[in-house]
Design a protein around this ligand. Structure first.
Ligand code: DC
Length: 216
């Protein structure tokens, strides 16, 4: 059985960074599942699809022409890695991620990332739905304030404008939607180890995950 470490948690809790570094330390591959929802949102936006039309959005998700390589995220031959990080895309991603048929359409694609020697998968339902048999499940949290300031810094570094108060507000709305939806809501999988990274450095958080893995 190919091992998987799942890292779930709210938006901007640092899942992506931690997942990449843990994967690098172990020589495993990584699945950024949020990127699939963001790609769906971008394709919906660009295709002029009505975001309220659940089956049309699910159609977009099932036909997504997406490819991940190195740092690049490609959609229909274009690198859209930077574009999908923008807040309007993230907010739309959170909306379309609430649709059951969209989640279903992306399920097999996510499971296909499970390849030897192992996978680190980050998202909201990696431990609860996509890889329920993962031998190590991490629930990575951080205070809303810590997450909003991290996201603000990240956006500014990428050259986007950002406002802390509105980011905090968007983040709380997105958390509420991700946690309260009926399909695969965000919660800690049974047996998950919770790590609060509010006051931890990236290195310390990566080490905490690796320590848990060494004890599995
Ligand atoms: O992790 P992220 O911010 O890139 O995710 C974008 C949105 O996608 C998030 O608001 C909720 C959704 N998502 C999800 O529902 N399930 C996942 N496994 C990953 C992301």
């Amino acid at each position: 059985m190919i091992p998987v470490i799942t890292i779930d948690g709210p938006t901007a809790s640092g899942k992506g960074t931690i997942a990449h570094q843990v994967a690098q330390a172990l020589g495993w591959s990584v699945l950024d599942s949020g990127a699939l929802y963001r790609l769906t949102a971008l394709a919906v936006q660009e295709g002029g699809v009505d975001p309220a039309d659940e089956s049309a959005v699910a159609g977009v998700a099932s036909q997504l022409d997406a490819r991940f390589d190195g740092g690049g995220i490609w959609m229909a031959g274009r690198d859209v890695a930077v574009q999908i990080r923008q807040e309007p895309v993230g907010n739309l991603a959170s909306r379309v991620a609430a649709y059951g048929p969209v989640r279903q359409a992306l399920l097999a694609r996510q499971r296909a990332f499970r390849q030897a020697p192992g996978l680190v998968a980050d998202g909201r339902d990696m431990g609860t739905v996509v890889f329920p048999d993962a031998p190590l499940k991490i629930f990575l949290v951080a205070s809303a304030q810590a997450r909003a300031s991290r996201r603000c810094k990240q956006l500014k570094e990428k050259g986007f404008s950002a406002n802390l108060a509105s980011l905090l507000q968007d983040m709380q709305a997105r958390d509420a939607r991700d946690c309260s939806r009926s399909h695969a809501p965000l919660y800690a999988a049974p047996g998950a180890k919770t790590i609060d990274s509010s006051n931890l450095t990236i290195d310390a958080t990566v080490q905490a995950v690796l320590d848990y893995w060494s004890r599995v």
